[in-house]
Design a protein around this ligand. Structure first.
Ligand code: NAP
Length: 359
């Protein structure tokens, strides 16, 4: 039985912050007790601030609407109200690092959507079904920060949260080379079509910084804890191209892969069908029952039809076939603001709660 925790959302007015609210406002063991954002929003009622900014299909409760938004820099005010915070802010890397460390040092655990601490070697970067054992690096991080309770845990970039899950069950065939071309939704940039009309009927072949994250972050996810840090693996070699497409939500990837010991198509499908991680074993509230779904239909997965499977927390795969240059190619889809952002962060917090690290 997991006990109840009071949670704050830093960046509550933003795109990811709004998602956090929809996922946490009826959560079985997290209760929203504080909302914060920049100084511009501080002191205002959430409902007034969001009157023409709320972008989610579901609404927020009256209790959330009545909350007064706090200044995220006023850590003392937030601290008295929460046991942990979720953080998604549009600040530069250095300021984000400082803000998150200030919360952790004030003994408030930080579950972060920001990229600032992804490369910090004692900060776990989690896809809960894949590297849940990395949670244990929190002991080392607390030693460095000099905290008893405070720490930072981050989720990886949304671009890798389709193909890394699909490759995970195939690792023992020896994955040697991967090429991934991602087709990424506009909500990944915190935008809707109203805010970004240039994206209507358009494709932009650049998402600054995204390809490096797509190639490097999987190596930390698949890394090992050694001497108080997570050491990246050096295999597989990954090459990626990341492209912005006119889709509201859902990142698709076309993936090519070569193995040391090439499995059969049936072996790959069987691995996908039977794969389970710790969230499934623990029955965490936001864990999809079936993490990886393979479609036999030749024209699936499709973004509009399949991104919301299992509340947007499942990963859908299709079109597995032999390739002319690599061993195989396939297509994979995940919801970027659910599995790839706020949903993944909430699942990560559920896992960390189940392991007792918020106590
Ligand atoms: P966003 O819609 O632009 O929202 C930004 C939030 O940050 C707002 O709540 C804003 O508050 C707050 N903020 C700005 N300056 C601040 C300051 N000085 N102190 C405290 N809060 C401040 O951005 P977003 O799309 O939600 O993204 C937030 C973070 O999540 C970014 O690091 C982004 O890279 C990451 N992320 C986004 C996605 C996605 O799919 N969108 C996916 C993964 C990760 P005000 O309203 O008061 O300005």
């Amino acid at each position: 039985m997991i006990k109840n925790y009071r949670v704050g959302i830093i960046g509550a007015t933003g795109m990811v912050g709004q998602r956090f609210i929809t996922l946490l406002q009826n959560h079985p063991f997290f209760t929203i007790t504080a909302l914060s954002a920049s100084k511009n929003s501080a002191g205002k009622k959430y409902a007034d601030l969001m009157a023409d900014r709320w972008a989610m299909k579901e609404g927020f409760t009256d209790a959330i609407g009545e909350m007064t938004v706090l200044d995220a820099d006023n850590i003392d005010a937030v601290k008295s109200l929460v046991d942990l915070v979720f953080c998604a802010v549009s600040l530069n890397k250095e300021d984000t690092k400082k803000l998150e460390e200030a919360y952790a040092k004030a003994e408030i655990p930080v579950i972060s959507n920001n990229s600032a601490h992804r490369k910090t070697p004692d900060v776990p970067m989690l896809i809960p079904e894949i590297n849940s054992e990395h949670v244990d690096i929190i002991h080392s991080q607390r030693k460095r920060l000099g905290t008893k309770k405070g720490f930072i845990a981050v989720k990886p970039n949304c671009s890798i949260q389709s193909y890394v899950p699909a490759l995970e069950p195939l690792k023992d065939f020896g994955i040697e080379k991967v090429a991934a071309c991602t087709y990424q939704a506009i909500s990944g940039a915190g935008k809707t079509f109203d805010m970004w009309p240039e994206m209507i009927d358009n494709v932009i072949p650049l998402i600054p910084g995204e390809e490096e994250k797509s190639e490097k972050e999987p190596l930390k996810i698949w890394g090992k804890i050694e001497n108080d840090v997570i050491v990246d693996t050096d295999k597989p070699e990954i090459s990626s191209q990341c492209i912005r497409v006119p889709v509201s939500d859902g990142h698709m990837a076309a993936v090519f892969v070569t193995f040391k010991n090439k499995p059969s198509i049936d072996e790959i499908k069987e691995r996908w069908a039977s794969y389970k991680g710790e969230p499934q074993e623990l029955g965490l509230p936001n864990a999809p029952k079936q993490f990886l779904h393979y479609f036999e239909e030749a024209d699936r997965p499709q973004t509009r039809l399949d991104r919301d499977l299992e509340n947007g927390m499942a990963v859908t795969i299709g079109r597995l076939r032999e390739d002319t240059l690599f061993d195989y190619k396939f297509v994979v889809l995940s919801h970027n603001t659910l599995r790839g952002a706020a949903g993944g962060a909430v699942l990560m917090a559920e896992l960390i709660a189940a392991k007792g690290y918020f106590d």
